[in-house]
Design a protein around this ligand. Sequence first.
Ligand SMILES: *Cc1c(COP(=O)(O)O)cnc(C)c1O
Length: 401
Amino acid sequence: METKNLLSLATEFGCPLYVYDAEKIQSQYTRLTNAFSKVKSLRINYAVKALSNISVLKLLRQMNSGLDTVSIQEVQLGLIAGFAPHDIIYTPNGVSMEEIEEVAAMGVQINIDNLSILEQFGAKHPDTPVCIRINPHVMAGGNSNISVGHIDSKFGISIHQMPHLLRIVENTKMHINGIHMHTGSDILDIEVFLYAAEILFEAATHFKELEFLDFGSGFKVPYKKDDIETDVEELGKKLTRRFNEFCKKYGCELTLAFEPGKFLVSEAGYFLAKVNVVKQTTSTVFAGVDSGFNHLIRPMLYGSQHHIENISNPKGKERFYSVVGYICETDTFASNRRIAEITEGDILCFRNAGAYCFSMASNYNSRTRPAEVLWHNSKGHLIRQRETFEDIVRNQVVIDL
Ligand SMILES: *Cc1c(COP(=O)(O)O)cnc(C)c1O
C-alpha cells in the first residue's frame, strides 16, 4: 500500500488504526494455489484465529477459501460471513465434548486431537465423519534439525499411539475421513516438512475411507528485507509429486488441504499509531505512541520484530529510537531502531500487522480497541468501529455496597 493512502486513512479514521490491504490477501491466496496447481483437488482453509473480522472472511470466501476454526465462536463468524458448514473445519484443543457435538451438529467437519474425546465421540456418533489430528513429533520450524523431542506437545494424537487409535476406530466403527497435522509455526526447511508429510502418508494407509489429507500450516513470511520465508513454490513442487504418488498407491484421488493464517494475512496488515511524546533520556530516545501491547502484543509475547516506518516524515534523517506503548509496565514495540526523524504528532506504521495482532488485542488498562479498515478497490472501508467507553462498561454489573 502507498504511504499517502495510509496517511489519509489515519486522518479519516483516526489512530490507532488497523488497515488491511485486500489485494495483498488475494495475491497471497493465489500464490499458494498456483504453487499447488498440479494437485487435482486442493483446499485452502484460512485459519480464522489470525484475523477474524467478518469482512476479511467474506473476502476469502470470494476467493473460494474454506475456514479452519478453533472455537464455536469462530465457526459462527464463518457462518455469518456466508461459509457453508461443509466449508469449515473445526480443530479445537482441550475443548469440551459438548462444544464438539454442537459444532458437529451444524454440519462442520470435526478434527479430533485426543483419544479420550475420539472414543466418546465415536461411541455416540459413529456415522459422523471425523478427521484425526496426528502429532508426528517433528518440529518443522525453529531450526533445521529434525527434532523428535517435541514429545510433550499438547497438540494432536501421538504417532506412537497409533495402535490404540486404531483399536478405538475399530471398536466404535467410526468413519475417519481425514488425517491432519500442524507441525509448527515457521517452516524454514522444506525437507523437514516433507519428512513430517511422510509420517502422515504412513499414518493414512491405516484408514480406508479417507477423503483428504490436511498438512496444516506454518508458512513463514518475511518481516524485513532479505528475511527468510518459506519457499512455497519449491514446497509445492516437491509435496505435489509425493502427494500424487501417494494417491495412486492409495487408490483414489484425495484432497490436499492447508490451513494458513499468517501467510494469507500478515503482510496485508498495517498498524498506524500516533506519537504522543518523544522523550530523550541519557541513553535512549523513546517515541511513545497512543497504543501498547493491549493492541499489538506480538513483540512482547514472542519478540516479533515488526518493521516500523515514520510515514509522516518518510524522507527524514534516520535516528535511533525505542518505540514504546502507554501500558503501565514494560511495553516495548522496538528497541534502538533506525527510523526517520520523529516529532510528536507523527504517524508510525507497523508492518506485518495482519496476523495475530487485532485478534489478540485486549482492553488492558481499560483502553478501547482500535478500529479496522479494509482497503479494497482503492478505497478504505470501515470494517470495525473503534470501541468506546460504553464497550468497557457494558458487561460490568455495579452492585450496591
Ligand atoms: C494457528 C493454526 C494455524 C495457522 O497457523 P499460521 O502459522 O498462522 O499459518 C493452522 N492450523 C492450526 C491447527 C492452528 O492452530
